[in-house]
Ligand binder design. Structure first.
Ligand code: PEP
Ligand code: MN
Length: 338
């Protein structure tokens, strides 16, 4: 349940709520809003407790039960948008943020060239997988630690921030040493051990939507990170599995306004894994911005024909440069800057 304090409630009054929760063996999370404080009361048995237990305390305005499975990701807990800040880049603010780069780090030359292209086109964050969650165990699995070292080198040389995927909970601290943003892939959206570990790490994280998961399940997964005290969660819509087979996955464009309605978390879109073909990526990317996405995660490769992974959906440097120009007017038409 959510305990909303009155505007101007004192610290003692807030402490009174916290103490009662502790006495009942319940967990709490505070949202210290600019106008009022909200206390989320968390625990598996809160459904059986009377809201009066908190409603009678001094300074409490109202107690609301959140009937949805997700609590901390909800707008009831935090009415205002969360803005995740990464080295001064704000994700979830007015400006659209583009993260781009190859699906996988393949070698030093490929990554440095990709970083140069990304930088030159005006994107702020470099993506590149060092640990790849491949469908087949016989496919290239990524360069692992060497890939992380190359990402760190590209970051230094180009002054870009870096996002890379972490697949195994045991690698969270290793990947956090090199990455500015951790990525949880679609296949790991409900890997709760991984989410909890990332929650404890306090690194910003991109949580991709599982391709067979509902928006509700996605937001409940975000709660695993938020519950550990890591509030820097960025959601990423990357397409879901439907009967349609002319694209790799069907981009659920409505999930963007749905997320904006029910959650305070920023949401970006990966048009590459959804479309699955480079020719479709620009239209899907622009539609995402028009629908209210806070940014994009796009696959770009210096030479897609030679890519070890996902070459078919990777943009060439010139196609990416063109898309970056086109985004500007779409962003402007929906009141965003770019
Ligand atoms: C990726 O970003 O390279 C990736 C594997 O994406 P997803 O987890 O969405 O399939
Ligand atoms: Mn990929």
């Amino acid at each position: 349940m959510i305990v909303e304090m009155r505007t101007g409630a004192t610290q003692d009054e807030v402490n009174g709520v916290i103490e009662r929760a502790k006495a009942l063996n319940l967990e709490i999370q505070l949202n210290l809003g600019t106008d009022k404080t909200v206390v989320a009361i968390l625990g598996s048995n809160t459904g059986q407790l009377s809201t009066d237990l908190f409603g009678v305390l001094p300074g409490v305005e109202q107690v609301v039960r959140i009937m949805k499975p997700y609590k901390l990701a909800s707008r009831e807990f935090k009415p205002h948008n969360t803005v995740v800040s990464v080295n001064g880049i704000e994700i979830g603010g007015k400006a659209i943020v583009v993260m781009a780069g190859p699906c996988a780090v393949e070698n030093e030359q490929q990554l440095m060239e990709a970083a140069r292209i990304v930088k030159q086109s005006g994107a702020q964050i470099l993506r590149g997988g060092a640990f790849k969650p491949r469908t087949s165990p016989f496919s290239f699995q990524g360069m692992e630690k060497t890939g992380l070292e190359l990402l760190a080198r590209a970051r230094e040389r180009m002054g870009l921030s870096v996002v890379t995927e972490v697949v195994d909970p045991h690698d969270v601290s290793l990947v956090s040493k090199y990455a500015d943003i951790l990525q949880v892939g679609a296949r790991n959206m409900q890997n709760f051990a991984l989410l909890t570990k990332i929650g404890k790490s306090k690194r910003p994280v991109i949580l991709k939507r599982g391709f067979s998961c509902t928006v509700t399940e996605w937001l409940a997964a975000a709660d695993y990170v938020l519950a550990e005290g890591n509030s820097q969660v960025i959601l990423c819509e990357r397409g879901i599995r439907t009967f349609e087979d002319s694209v790799r996955f069907s981009l659920d464009i409505s999930s963007i306004p749905v997320i904006k309605k029910f959650s305070h978390l920023p949401v970006i879109v990966d048009p590459s894994h959804a479309a699955g073909h480079y020719s479709l990526v620009p239209a899907v990317a622009k539609a995402a911005i028009a629908a209210g996405a806070d940014g994009l995660l796009v696959e770009v490769h210096p030479n897609p024909k030679e890519a070890l992974v996902d070459g078919l959906q990777s943009l060439t440097p010139s196609d990416f440069a063109r898309l970056m120009k086109e985004i500007k007017s779409v962003a402007g038409s929906v009141g965003r800057s770019f």
